[in-house]
Design a protein around this ligand. Structure first.
Ligand code: PDD
Length: 277
């Protein structure tokens, strides 16, 4: 497989990253995951905009401009003959003798990217998945798509050990998002999701869903909601680039609704499908 290291498309086995790369040592960098449907990058523009914003928020200058990044995406798809899958891209603050301080201007950020073949999770989308609730122990800049994912990793593993697909996070009882997704409840025909503040990542899928709601007169609100709202919701779903609109049919062992994906979640799934087809 061909991977990207800075502007070089090379064999994966030829790629070399310094052991003092700041991404490796400090998690000092940002990343994106972009979905490829039928050989085309879905919402690549939006992902790249967020990528540049994340970099700006950590005071890191991207080594390439957006146009070049779009070209890299095209090259990766073509070289790897990617039909359905994803592209992972990250930029770190570069490699130099370990020091917490930012390196000097002579040290350039390091871009790496690679593709992966993955099918849509059709069975899970159809039947829904289980989730559990756990505390959100992350920092206060969750709006940055940073490489520091240790709290997310711990939450996802906790979910897995309880036979769950996702961990839904709360801060003092306020539901923020999933460990790698945004979270939504539906109550009396209205969709509610946490506002796009510093406490969540403003998902690109989330933005697509909000637009779909607006265009189709589906009531939606970006408002805080709490653990008791989650437990008593008519429907729950999570969203992400890889999970799309994923119904949650069980929460902490309790069925949500009748334990099957609900009508509004299914409606959103079909609207989303029209977008990606
Ligand atoms: N995760 N919130 C968090 C904490 C996430 O990590 C993600 C995405 C999302 C959804 O964002 P989007 O719709 O733009 O994918 C929300 C990616 C897929 C990952 O880390 O693999």
């Amino acid at each position: 497989a061909k991977v990207l290291v800075n502007d070089q498309l090379i064999e994966r086995t030829e790629a070399v990253i310094d052991i003092e790369d700041r991404g490796y040592q400090f998690g000092d960098g940002v990343y994106e995951v972009i979905r490829i449907y039928d050989g085309m990058a879905f919402t690549a523009d939006e992902h790249l905009d967020r990528f540049f914003h994340s970099a700006e928020k950590i005071k890191m200058e991207m080594p390439f401009d957006k146009q070049q990044m779009l070209q890299f995406i095209e090259q990766l798809i073509k070289e790897n003959n990617l039909q359905d899958g994803s592209i992972y891209m990250q930029v770190t603050r570069g490699a130099t003798a370990r020091n917490h301080l930012f390196p000097g201007k002579d040290i350039k950020p390091v871009l790496t990217a690679y593709t992966k073949e993955v099918a849509r999770p059709e069975e899970k989308l159809e039947n829904g998945v289980k989730a559990m609730v756990t505390e959100d122990i992350r920092w206060l800049r969750c709006d940055i798509k940073s490489l520091n994912l240790l709290p997310n990793v711990l939450a996802k593993q906790e979910a897995k050990e309880q036979d769950c697909y996702e961990a839904i996070l709360h801060r003092n009882g306020t539901v923020t998002e999933g460990s790698s997704s945004n979270a939504y409840i539906i109550k009396d025909g209205k969709i509610i999701t946490h506002p796009a503040t510093n406490l969540i990542l403003n998902g690109i899928t989330r933005q697509v869903i909000l637009q779909l709601c607006q265009a189709n007169q589906i009531p939606v609100a970006e408002e805080e909601f709490h653990l008791d709202d989650l437990k008593t919701a008519d429907e729950i779903f999570v969203s992400s680039t890889t999970s799309e609109v994923m119904p949650i049919v069980q929460l902490d062992g309790q069925s949500i609704g009748d334990g099957k994906p609900g009508p509004l979640t299914k409606k959103l799934q079909s609207l989303f499908l029209e977008k990606i087809e």
